[in-house]
Design a protein around this ligand. Structure first.
Ligand SMILES: [Ca+2]
Ligand SMILES: [Ca+2]
Length: 136
């Protein structure tokens, strides 16, 4: 019995150490690896699609776009955006297209800013319809 217990404890300790390593490395890689330098990137799911197969969109020179048939992509991706990486020196302005009312600025992402989960911002998750650069 003591042998089994210590084996389990060792396994748990190894698993914990491995998980700790992954967590410690995540902030640096999350901000850069999935989104090339100078680009801004949109993700369907939280945490930049980590562990999911959601869509992502990477843009460099594109000044604006609609999530319905977005530039260099296709399909209606409105009301799906959940995380953003801005790996450039511009400001990303993301809007909700409101019918019969002024469109709402959902989030303004500053240069080199990351938004791991739009669900942390009331009304912002799965609501983005279009974006503009340096225009909010
Ligand atoms: Ca989403
Ligand atoms: Ca919307």
């Amino acid at each position: 019995m003591p042998t089994i217990r210590s084996a389990v404890a060792l396994a748990a300790a190894v698993a914990g150490a491995a998980a700790g390593t992954v967590l410690a490395a995540a902030p640096a890689s999350a901000a850069t690896a999935p989104c090339p330098a100078g680009y801004y990137c949109f993700y369907q799911d939280a945490n930049y699609n980590r562990g999911t197969t959601g869509w992502h969109l990477n843009y460099n020179s594109t000044q604006s776009g609609d999530f319905n048939n977005p530039p260099a992509s296709s399909g209606n991706k409105r009301n799906q955006l959940s995380s953003i990486i801005n790996n450039g020196n511009r400001t990303i302005c993301v809007y909700n297209d409101v019918v019969l009312a002024p469109d709402k600025l959902l989030i303004k992402v500053p240069p080199y800013g990351d938004v791991p989960n739009l669900a942390n911002i009331p009304g912002a998750n799965d609501n983005a319809d279009y974006w503009k650069i340096n225009a909010c």
